[in-house]
Design a binder for this molecule. Structure first.
Ligand SMILES: NC(=O)c1ccc[n+]([C@@H]2O[C@H](COP(=O)([O-])OP(=O)(O)OC[C@H]3O[C@@H](n4cnc5c(N)ncnc54)[C@H](OP(=O)(O)O)[C@@H]3O)[C@@H](O)[C@H]2O)c1
Length: 245
């Protein structure tokens, strides 16, 4: 395990899926974890599971689409722990969208607002503290932000994830002297983001003939936010069983 003892790690979208698995993994690796998301019941459940396992965690409600709420959230983390060492921007949505000609602009806006602008907001308010602590940013993009998969009408989702990738690279370039920034591009990972969780439909397009687990992503995230990845900055890491090769 890549130790991150004593670090304060904020994980957005930690109430489910990869965020939940990463929050648990970061806590096992020694971090004090801020479990952030909108769903209080699930958030408290994740916090309780971490504490029961001997880790340290706090649940703080967060809607990344609420500008004032994001600012207040960051201040609350600072009030509680005095610093932020690790920011994992993981919150995201993947709604089923209609054909382009029928897609309302509001649908495009919502997807961009959560997946791309939400990441920008949290990073913006956390950056002064990350600079102070010489911290790390990790963003959750997607292989959909790198390649065009024929399977879906993911215009807004794919565009939002391409924005996540390039935003990460800009942060890595501009803040690299003090803050490392990387992003992960998961392929198909078995999480509640999928309404249809019969994943056999994807197996033929994945060289490993299976989808990934949230825990496998959490292990890679743990590495990237640890000092073991100390010279990795601006990386775009696919975690997709070879799907994008
Ligand atoms: N699963 C995949 O195959 C896959 C592949 C590539 C990339 N990704 C990306 O990986 C990330 C995690 O997704 P997942 O697959 O683990 O899905 P998930 O289980 O549905 O988790 C998504 C998380 O995002 C949070 N979230 C959604 N809207 C939010 C908002 N406005 N403010 C704060 N939190 C919000 C949700 O929490 P609340 O509902 O409690 O707010 C939830 O904790 C996403 O960015 C997704 O796009 C997923």
């Amino acid at each position: 395990m890549n130790r991150i003892d004593g670090k304060v790690a904020v994980v957005t979208g930690a109430t489910s899926g990869m965020g939940e698995a990463s929050a648990k993994r970061f806590a096992q690796a020694g971090a004090r974890v801020v479990v952030a998301g909108r769903n209080k019941e699930r958030g408290k459940k994740v916090r309780d599971a971490i504490c029961k396992d001997g880790g340290e965690a706090l649940f703080l409600p967060l809607d990344v689409s609420d500008e004032e709420g994001v600012e207040a959230f960051v201040l609350k983390v600072i009030e509680t722990y005095g610093k932020i060492d690790i920011l994992f921007n993981n919150a995201g949505i993947f709604p089923v969208t209609p054909p382009l000609e029928e897609m309302e602009t509001a649908v495009w806006d919502e997807i961009m607002d959560v997946n791309a602008t939400g990441m920008f907001r949290v990073t913006k308010y956390a950056m002064p503290y990350l600079e102070k602590s010489r911290g790390v940013v990790l963003n959750n993009a997607s292989v959909a932000g790198m390649q065009s998969f024929s399977s879906g009408r993911t215009y807004a989702y794919s565009a939002s994830k391409a924005a996540v990738i390039q935003f990460t690279r800009m942060i890595a370039k501009v803040y690299g002297a003090k803050v490392r920034a990387n992003c992960i591009c998961p392929g198909v990972i078995d999480t509640p983001i999928f309404m249809n969780r019969d994943f056999s439909r994807y197996h033929d397009s994945i060289p490993m003939h299976r989808v990934g687990t949230a825990e496998e992503v959490a292990k890679a995230a743990n590495f990237l936010v640890s000092d073991d990845a100390g010279y990795i900055n601006g990386a775009v890491l696919t975690i997709d069983g070879g799907m994008s090769v």
